[in-house]
Each structure stands twice: as structure tokens, then as C-alpha cells.
Design a protein around this ligand. Structure first.
Ligand code: OFO
Length: 170
């Protein structure tokens, strides 16, 4: 069993991770509509990773004898004015998720729940990578995305991203 505050935060985080997947699918659909299949692919892969995050946390709840309450997933309602709007929204979203993971970590620390802290160590590191990836993409777009040839090359690069299951055990 988990401390009730920790349990509720983990349960909320499961919803946030599924929402992240929804958000990234919305970004992918936007780029699909624009004919940028590489950008769409990048966010499709990102969405798969988010679903993995949710499933890992769901398994963690099960392994600790906790019931998961699946709440409704919000509709992504962002509007994208420019081609790089989703890239900027992605960084902002990852910063929000980092903060959310930190809140869980702190709550676990407050009740000496070392098991949850250890489980979330992987996510703390992962968030560092998520923010860096989002920031790198913004920088690349700023450098190459405004020129048609540069945009084509960047799109090709993003098309090469493939999904890999997370290397973590619960
Ligand atoms: Fe689950 O890391 Fe992004 O949101």
C-alpha cells in the first residue's frame, strides 16, 4: 500500500501521461495535415512513449496493491499559429510534467517512501531528456526550419526516429 497522498498523485500522473500522449497525437495530426510526415512521426513516437509512462505507473500501482482510477482524458485544445507552435508547446508541457513528477517525489520523500522515490528516479532522469529533446527541436527549427530546403532536411531527419520500449523495470 502507498501513502494516500502519494497514491492519489501517482493516479493523477497516470492521467497526465495519457493526456501527454493525446497532446502529442494532436501535434502529429497537425503536422500530417501540413505534409510534414517527419515531424508527425516524431510526435507519434513521443505519444507511444507517453503511453508507456502511464502503463509503468499503472503497473507500479498494481504492484503496491493500489486500485487505479482512470479519469477522463481532456481534449487537446491548443491552436497552432506557426509551424513551430507545437514545438514550443511541447517544451512548455514537458516543463509542467517535470514539475508534476517532482511533486510526487517530494510527497514520497516526506513520508520516507523510498520505494516510490526509487521508482520515480527513472522519470526524473527521463524528464531531463524530454526537456532537452524538446528544446533541441526548437533550436533546430530556428536554425533550419524557415528555409524550405532546411525544413525538408529536418523533416527527413525526424522521419528516422523509431520507437523503442523504455529500458526500465517496475
Ligand atoms: Fe511522460 O514524459 Fe513527456 O510528458
Amino acid at each position: 500500500m502507498l501513502d494516500t497522498k502519494v497514491r492519489d498523485l501517482v493516479n493523477e500522473q497516470i492521467n497526465k501521461e495519457f493526456y501527454s500522449a493525446y497532446l502529442y497525437l494532436d501535434f502529429a495530426d497537425y503536422y500530417e495535415d501540413k505534409g510534414l510526415d517527419g515531424f508527425a512521426n516524431w510526435f507519434d513516437v513521443q505519444a507511444q512513449e507517453e503511453m508507456d509512462h502511464a502503463m509503468l505507473m499503472r503497473t507500479y500501482m498494481h504492484n503496491n496493491g493500489e486500485h487505479v482510477v482512470l479519469e477522463a482524458i481532456a481534449k487537446p485544445d491548443l491552436t497552432y499559429e506557426e509551424l513551430d507552435s507545437p514545438l514550443k508547446a511541447a517544451l512548455e508541457h514537458e516543463q509542467f510534467i517535470t514539475n508534476s513528477i517532482n511533486v510526487i517525489y517530494k510527497a514520497a520523500s516526506d513520508v520516507n517512501d523510498y520505494r516510490t522515490m526509487q521508482f520515480y528516479d527513472w522519470f526524473v532522469k527521463e524528464q531531463g531528456e524530454e526537456e532537452k529533446n524538446a528544446d533541441d527541436l526548437i533550436k533546430k527549427f530556428e536554425l533550419f526550419g524557415k528555409d524550405p530546403k532546411g525544413l525538408y532536411s529536418l523533416n527527413q531527419e525526424l522521419l528516422a526516429r523509431t520507437y523503442a520500449a523504455p529500458n526500465v523495470t517496475v
